[in-house]
Design a protein around this ligand. Structure first.
Ligand code: PHE
Ligand code: NA
Length: 460
């Protein structure tokens, strides 16, 4: 068949189902779980937000992940070409590849600022190792973070290091870097998070954090909070940016797409919740602001590390693993665009990776400057909705809340309504009831949910 292993042999396949799961989990588990989830939860009032988010994962995230992996595996090319091929096989317009194009632009833009934050993680390895957190107060640690953000040079150095790490791995291709990193680092990250949660139980504020995360207070959840929950469901599962299409293009025919997608979503969610349980007890114990925003993990966790036995060592390890979590995600953001350049140009793998990496690095400089020199510059400030949002804020907002859901919506509609049912049944290899459930979710529930949230957003 056109999507059989034979057709793909020349471009390489993941060496096993587990390798794919770990790589996809490596993509999913990243700063979104450990940095973003806790702070958006904090900003949106806690439990109610978490509930909506979990619903979005189950009803929208998992079905779309399956659809993306299907397109990649069926097309066996970069996301744009795969989508066109799948459309043509179903006698549908090649314009459907717009979905992959939006997704790949989003991936490129996200990597530009994701790398800046990945750089913060790298810089914190140094701080932790040098003992800069030891005996720290909320104030001294806040100053440390403020100092980093205020320095374009420091930010640029760490951003450059992070981007170089990403390019290095992607230039080495599928098995050489990517698989190996995911296999070693994901389990280690999980163990360290458990240790951090263990520490959090000793702060005396663990119960407070549990009720903050799990007691729904719908009064604290605004409509824009619902939009953010949906956007974050996409972001955290690495959906709507063609990544799962790219990764699926290297997936063997024998692997169950459904089981794989569910495993990845569960692991991602568990890591996000553990991160919340590690961070909020420390937040409450130190009288910090739960809605503190993007700096939360860079100000609260170091405080804990600075005041616990072996905190220097533990803190160093934590930020090393945070860096690795961000690294495996960064790799997956670069992969779709590089796969596309490699297939569509005469450039080889390495040259493609370097070219795309350098362009993305350059865009990242705008985000770096928004943190200091341009911190008062709100390019879309004339619109109330974007008032006070810097370039960095805007890139984050527009990708997570508009581009990812849009790309995901197009993918869901395409797969649900324009791909032959038989072809889906064959590739997904689901039992009757499970197939019907997925098919109904992707045809009706997913598109309707995304459209409703969009409509609310337009009216809000
Ligand atoms: N899923 C990653 C996270 O939660 C973020 C990410 C988004 C990674 C897009 C890759 C692509 O951090
Ligand atoms: Na994630």
């Amino acid at each position: 068949s056109a999507s059989g292993n034979g057709a793909a042999a020349s471009r390489g396949l993941w060496s096993s189902r587990l390798a794919f799961i770990l790589a996809a989990t490596g993509s999913a588990v990243g700063l979104g779980n450990i940095w973003k989830f806790p702070y958006v939860t904090g900003e949106n009032g806690g439990g109610a937000f978490v509930l909506v988010y979990l619903l979005c994962i189950a009803v929208i995230g998992i079905p779309i992940m399956m659809a993306e992996v299907f397109i990649g595996r069926n097309g066996r090319h970069n996301p744009i070409t795969s989508m066109r091929l799948v459309a043509e096989r179903n006698l549908k317009s090649p314009l459907w590849r717009a979905s992959a194009i939006v997704g790949m632009i989003a991936a490129f833009v996200i990597l530009s600022f994701y790398s800046v934050i990945g750089g913060w993680s790298a810089s914190y390895i140094e701080h932790a190792a040098m003992g800069d957190f030891t005996g720290g107060t909320a104030e001294s640690i806040g100053d440390l973070f403020g100092g980093l953000l205020a320095s374009p040079v420091q930010l640029l150095i760490w951003h450059t290091i992070f981007m170089a790490l990403v390019v290095l791995v992607v230039s080495r291709g599928l098995k050489g870097g990517l698989e190996r990193a995911a296999t070693i680092l994901m389990p280690a990250l999980f163990i360290l998070l458990l240790a951090a949660v263990g520490y959090a139980t000793t702060t005396g504020h663990f119960g407070e954090a549990v009720s903050f995360l799990f007691t729904p207070d719908f009064g604290a959840l605004s409509i824009s909070g619902v939009l953010i929950a949906l956007g974050h469901a996409f972001f955290t599962l690495s959906l709507g940016m063609a990544i799962m299409m790219a990764y699926g293009s290297y997936l063997g025919r024998d692997v169950s797409i459904a089981r794989t997608a569910i495993s990845v979503a569960i692991m991602d969610t568990v890591v996000a919740l553990l991160a919340g349980l590690a961070i909020f007890p420390v937040v409450f114990a130190n009288g910090l602001e739960a809605g503190a925003g993007p700096g939360l993990i860079f100000q609260t966790l170091p405080l804990a590390f600075g005041n616990m036995p072996l905190g220097g060592l533990f803190g160093t390890l934590f930020f090393v693993l945070l860096l690795f979590a961000a690294w495996t995600s960064g790799i997956s953001l670069l992969e779709p665009v590089v796969e596309w350049v490699e297939e569509r140009s005469s450039l080889g793998r390495s040259a493609s990776a370097i070219l795309v990496g350098v362009l993305c690095w350059a865009l990242g400089i705008a985000s770096i400057l928004s943190l200091n020199v341009w911190s008062d510059f709100a390019p879309l400030g004339m619109f109330e909705r974007f008032d006070g949002k810097t370039i960095f804020d805007l890139l984050d907002y527009v990708t997570a809340n508009i581009m990812l859901p849009l790309s995901g919506l197009l993918t869901a509609v395409f797969v649900g309504w324009f791909v032959a049912r038989e072809s889906l049944k064959l590739d997904l290899a689901l039992e009757g009831g499970a197939f019907t459930l997925w098919y109904n979710l992707i045809r009706f529930v997913t598109p309707v949910a995304v459209v409703i949230v969009f409509a609310y957003n337009l009216m809000a």
